[in-house]
Write a protein that binds this ligand. Structure first.
Ligand code: GLU
Length: 411
């Protein structure tokens, strides 16, 4: 089964539970538009390399397509299509006036110079420019892309359009159209969702222990914000390995260590464990915040967490989901739990359109309110239909899309 087919398994369960019109289901089963581009880049050694990139626009039913651009050697069309589908559902669950999109370039940024990355980034925008725009498709950061990459993209697109175009992209640095709170936003949303989940399950956050897989933008902020709100974060990991500390990690010291050593592994006072051991820790909350397909039919049985809160996109396979349901593990699905990033992207876009900026307190307050509302909608749907939180999240998303599709006459 490819990733896109796998991603559609819980959606099919939602369609059945809510008796969705088969026409609507058939439309949502495929992206509206997919673009493949080839980008010639002059490398620092004088050679020419042609990179392959994609942009998938899964849906524009509820608004312009919205979603990040990923730089990774494993990027492929199936993955980009799937990620764009998840963006559609995520934006609908969060109640945003957006559809879903996603882009990616097959490359290894760790092996590229800053100049090579800039030329590739600008080349990508040149190629996809006809299909993007503030009312059409709005890119953002994803794995291995950041504020600097967004700044190059914004600059290139503004040159092409011959006008200042901050609203065509989000995740920009502060001071050039970026929003307060955007960098921490996905982690912040994961923690808000987790606290709502603890509340409905009668768990005291002061007694909660947490393990976070991944220490990139999403994982590091998730871990730090859990700790800030009084939970004990006992384990984190990155591509090089995982670390464990029974008394809880000191994040100020860990961030200094990571800045100097480029990994969490070896952080003094911690025990090195494997990624598999991290996933199997007897914690209150397991937060996978790395890649897709981390919790599978192979390792799901070993999971001992009370709750799983998905910071990553698609970390759990349908086989693992079935095991968690049977074991009674409460799963807060990706399209709900990690919607905080795109929610603050939405705020950034609104601020760009108005040319009027908000304080960090305002952003955090509005984000928290939207995340809590989204959680409530999904939780209530799970009770009403007697389904898991994941299937309920798809019900909420499909519900939001079904009426506009019908009224607009898309089928
Ligand atoms: N890449 C992020 C995600 O997967 C953010 C997308 C956005 O802000 O548009 O949700």
């Amino acid at each position: 089964m490819n990733l896109f087919d796998m991603a559609k398994v819980p959606m099919a369960a939602a369609e059945k539970a809510m008796k969705l019109d088969p026409g609507a289901a058939a439309i949502i089963a495929e992206p509206e538009r997919v673009l493949e581009v080839h980008i010639p880049v002059r490398m620092d050694d004088g050679s020419l390399k042609v990179f392959t990139g994609y942009r998938a626009q899964h849906s524009t039913v509820l608004g312009p397509a919205k979603g990040g651009v990923r730089y990774h050697p494993s990027v492929n069309l199936d993955e980009v299509k799937t990620l764009s589908f998840w963006m559609t559902c995520k934006c609908a669950v969060a109640g945003l006036p957006y559809g879903g999109g996603k882009g990616g370039i097959i490359c290894n940024p760790a092996e590229m110079s800053k100049g090579e990355l800039e030329r590739m980034t600008r080349g990508y925008i040149d190629r996809i420019a006809p299909c993007i725009g503030e009312k059409l498709d709005i890119p953002a950061p994803d794995m291995n892309t950041n504020g600097q990459v967004m700044a190059w993209m914004m600059d290139e697109y503004s040159k092409i359009k011959n006008q200042y175009e901050p609203g065509f992209i989000t995740g920009k640095p502060l001071g050039m159209g970026g929003s307060e709170g955007r960098t921490a936003a996905t982690g912040m949303g994961v923690v808000v969702a987790a606290f709502e989940a603890m509340y409905v399950n009668g768990i005291d956050p002061e007694k909660a222990t947490v393990a976070v897989q991944g220490y990139g933008n999403v994982g590091s902020w998730t871990a730090k914000l859990f700790a800030k709100r009084g939970c004990k974060v006992v384990a984190v990991s990155d591509v090089k390995g995982a670390i464990y500390c029974e008394d809880g990690l000191d994040f100020e010291a860990l961030d200094e260590y990571v800045a100097a050593n480029k990994t969490v592994v070896g952080f003094p006072g911690t025990k090195e464990i494997t990624n598999a051991e991290l996933l199997a820790l007897p914690v209150t909350i397991l937060a996978p915040c790395a890649m897709e397909l981390q919790l599978t039919g192979e390792n799901a049985d070993a999971v001992q967490a009370t709750m799983i809160v998905e910071g990553a996109n698609g970390p759990t396979t349908p086989e693992a989901d079935a095991v968690f349901e049977q074991k009674g593990i409460f799963v807060v699905p990706d399209i709900l739990a990690n919607g905080g990033g795109v929610t603050v992207s939405y705020f950034e876009w609104v601020q760009n359109l108005y040319r009027y900026f908000w304080s960090e307190e305002e952003v955090v307050e509005k984000q928290t309110e939207m995340m809590k509302r989204a959680f409530k909608n999904v939780y209530e749907a799970s009770k009403k239909y007697g389904v898991t939180m994941r299937v309920a999240a798809y019900i909420v998303a499909l519900n939001a899309m079904a009426m506009p599709m019908k009224m607009r006459g898309i089928y």
